[in-house]
Design a binder for this molecule. Structure first.
Ligand code: PHE
Length: 377
């Protein structure tokens, strides 16, 4: 209260003298002084609380302007008319200034409040039991961590490709018998100079996009959906592949063999993982191999690394010189190695998920059984 009094005692002084309006000239000049000091104080007022007090000092029950108004009826007619008009004008002006200041300070306070209560909507939600992470998402994260640690960068390509990118540049010219190895979904109506449009049958198409976009040496990996007209417990019409490619001077099969073995051991967290390399054929690699992982089924679950069943999980090889050429890569200087994983198969082996079809059926019981909680990293 002391502070308030101290702050406003200037008004009391000014207003005391303004009360004494018996002589015309003095009164008008006192009113002018009062007006000036009111306006000065209003414009310098920096808080709603102070403005409220100022308003009270002027317009409260025994406020200075209120008191003046009260005294008006006691004045003579002539004075009443001139002074009445003056005081009224002062009252209106000061009221309007105070109201405007109120608005201004309220806005400022609101801004301050908004700034202090800022909600960052881009923050991730608190981990809670809200849904589960799909095993494919989990495995993709695990795989990208491993390939990033080898210095691979991510590359991407479209799901809808054309015959040229899916086959021709991958060393499968028109009418090549290998085209029938992939049961392709074609979009016949959309044929152009690059052939028919189709849903890519493998992510190897990304090899070509990467080769054409970057100059060697480079190493890339890519995830994505691929499509083949096939459906049983170990085949689904849509599945996910991870593709990897290294183009550099002097890379060869030995690097590929080490890389694949090291990756699979890291991914399955098993130093003595049983795998085998099998000679194979892919038109875009020469030599080519497939890698199988040993498993057995126990209690309806796929158990990894034991037993005499083998599941093929990787196709790989040394990039065919024709493919390097299509990729505008100097084949006399650079060599390449490439590999493609079936993500669902890797996931099934690691997490014991027996039937591939469950991955795509969006069943609640399935995701509750095989999904991962958000907090489990
Ligand atoms: N694209 C092959 C497939 O889908 C896998 C592969 C990738 C083979 C890269 C060799 C090199 O089966």
């Amino acid at each position: 209260m002391f502070v308030v009094f101290f702050y406003f005692n200037r008004y009391f002084f000014l207003l005391e003298s303004a009360e004494d309006f018996t002589g015309d000239g003095i009164v008008v000049s006192e009113l002018d002084r009062l007006r000036a000091s009111c306006l000065y104080e209003i414009s310098n007022c920096d808080s709603l609380r102070r403005l409220d007090m100022l308003k009270n000092v002027l317009f409260g029950k025994s406020g200075k302007i209120t008191e003046m108004m009260k005294k008006l009826p006691t004045l003579k007619d002539e004075q009443k008319r001139t002074l009445g008009a003056e005081i009224n004008a002062l009252k209106n002006e000061v009221t309007q200034k105070i109201n405007a200041k109120f608005e201004e300070l309220e806005m400022k306070e609101l801004d301050k409040k908004l700034a202090s209560e800022f909600i960052d909507v881009s923050m991730p939600p608190r981990p809670c039991n809200f849904g589960k992470i799909h095993p494919i998402t989990k495995v993709e994260e695990e795989i990208s961590d491993i390939f990033s640690s080898y210095g691979f960068k991510f590359a991407d390509g479209p799901d809808i490709e054309n015959e040229y990118f899916n086959f021709t540049v991958m060393n499968m010219p028109d009418h090549h018998p290998a085209r029938t190895m992939h049961d392709t979904f074609y979009v016949h109506r959309l044929a152009d100079e690059n052939g028919r449009k189709l849903l890519r049958t493998h992510t190897s198409t990304v090899q070509m996009h990467a080769m054409r976009a970057y100059t060697p040496p480079f190493r890339f990996f890519s995830f994505g959906r691929v499509y083949r007209s096939d459906y049983d417990a170990t085949h689904t019409p849509m599945f996910n592949q991870i593709e990897g490619i290294i183009v550099d001077e002097g890379v060869g099969f030995a690097h590929l063999k080490w890389l694949m073995s090291d990756f699979l051991k890291k991914f399955f967290e098993a130093k003595d993982l049983r795998i085998r390399f099998r000679p194979s054929f892919f038109p875009f690699t020469e030599p080519s191999a497939e890698i199988d992982v040993a498993y057995e089924i126990r209690g309806g679950k796929m158990m990894l690394g034991t037993g005499n069943n083998w599941l093929e999980v990787v196709g790989c090889g040394v990039i065919h010189p024709n493919v390097l050429e299509h990729g505008k890569t100097d084949r006399s200087k650079y060599q390449g190695i490439a590999f493609g994983f079936g993500v669902e198969r890797l996931t099934s082996l690691k997490y014991g998920i027996p039937d591939l079809r469950g991955y795509f059926e969006s069943g609640e019981r399935w995701i509750n059984a095989f999904g991962f909680s958000h907090s489990a990293k």
